[in-house]
Design a protein around this ligand. Structure first.
Ligand code: PEP
Ligand code: MN
Length: 339
């Protein structure tokens, strides 16, 4: 249920409502809107009608059911798009489109710093790089782990770019959160509910990727796991889904942008690198993503893709990335956004 408070409701009245929600066995989640607060009362769907009595409490405008199975992620709970703050200067979800870029994996100090400087020079906002890598083969490079996190932190110190890096299990989530500005949940883990709950309890924004065979509704249900644990800073990422097509690594579902936009207030990021699997296809799909209304992009960039330990074929060289940034700026302008 959603409890819509009157604009100008007093704190005392809101506290009474929060207390009553808890007494009825539900968990309140306060969402601060521009003119009024809205409280999501989340819990057992079967007894939710008991919450209707709250409508008669002081300061309450109305109590309405949330029809979707995802509640806090739903647009019903918040009409305006949410803006996720990453640092003092970077937020995702506003009119500025945020570009995250960097290598698939952190490989060495030289590689990550070279990359970070190139991303910064081209006007990128956030540095990406995997330290813990979920690889299809157990014999492939698994990442530099904590050493990789330290190198990312060093690159952040040098360039000022916040960092996004993947967390692959609950056991290492606290460690990753000590270093990262955004915790990435990878496609293979996006229905790992224990991990989703864990990052829901951490105080760091989460970039949640869509799984290889996940519907949009399932993606929103995964977001709900994080939100319902109390972490409101969730960013959704479409990174391609598996279809019958083999000419591209995945099929990048750009229609997910307007579909998600109609269903959720959460920011939407596109990953054209994993979405296509080939560097030649990354630029056209990035431009299309900007045109279709993405709030951000995450793009793999590597100074020497031929020798990359992972995902070299889909990584852009820094020069190509800089050219793409320029083109994206022009498309962004055409759709009343900036980059
Ligand atoms: C990655 O970002 O390098 C990655 C492994 O992504 P995904 O989980 O989308 O495959
Ligand atoms: Mn990758």
């Amino acid at each position: 249920m959603i409890i819509v408070m009157k604009s100008g409701a007093e704190k005392r009245e809101k506290d009474e409502v929060l207390k009553r929600i808890k007494e009825l066995g539900y968990t309140p989640h306060v969402i601060h809107g521009t003119t009024r607060d809205v409280i999501g009362a989340i819990g057992d769907e079967r007894g939710k009608l008991a919450l209707q009595e709250i409508e008669s409490m002081n300061g309450v405008e109305r109590v309405v059911p949330i029809l979707q199975p995802y509640k806090l992620a739903s647009k019903e709970v918040m009409k305006e798009s949410s803006i996720v703050k990453i640092s003092d200067t970077v937020s995702i979800g506003g009119s500025k489109i945020v570009v995250m870029a960097g290598p698939c994996s952190v490989e060495s100090e030289k590689q990550i710093i070279e990359c970070a400087e190139a991303v910064k020079r081209a006007g990128g906002d956030i540095l990406r790089g995997g330290a813990f890598k979920p690889r299809t083969s157990p014999y492939s490079f698994q990442g530099l782990e904590e050493e990789g996190l330290k190198l990312l932190a060093k690159a952040r110190d040098i360039t000022g770019l916040p960092i996004v890096t993947e967390v692959i299990n609950p056991e290492t989530a606290d460690l990753v959160a000590e270093y990262a500005d955004i915790l990435q949940i990878g496609a293979r883990n996006s229905q790992n509910f224990a991990l989703l709950k864990k990052v829901g309890q951490l105080k760091k924004p989460v970039l949640l990727k869509r799984g290889l065979a996940m519907t949009i509704q399932e993606l929103l249900m995964s977001a709900e796991y994080i939100l319902s644990e109390g972490n409101q800073s969730v960013i959704l990422c479409e990174r391609g889904i598996r279809t019958f097509e083999t000419a591209t690594r995945n099929t990048l579902d750009l229609s997910a942008i307007p579909v998600l936009r109609s269903k959720t207030h959460l920011p939407i990021v596109i990953d054209p690198s994993h979405g296509t699997g080939h560097h030649l296809y990354v630029s056209p799909m990035s431009l299309a993503a900007v045109a279709a209304g993405a709030d951000g992009l995450i793009i793999e960039v590597h100074p020497d893709p031929e020798r990359a330990t992972s995902d070299g074929p889909q990584s852009l060289k820094p020069e190509k990335f800089a050219v793409l940034m320029e083109k994206m700026r022009r498309v962004a302008e055409a759709v009343d956004r900036t980059i």
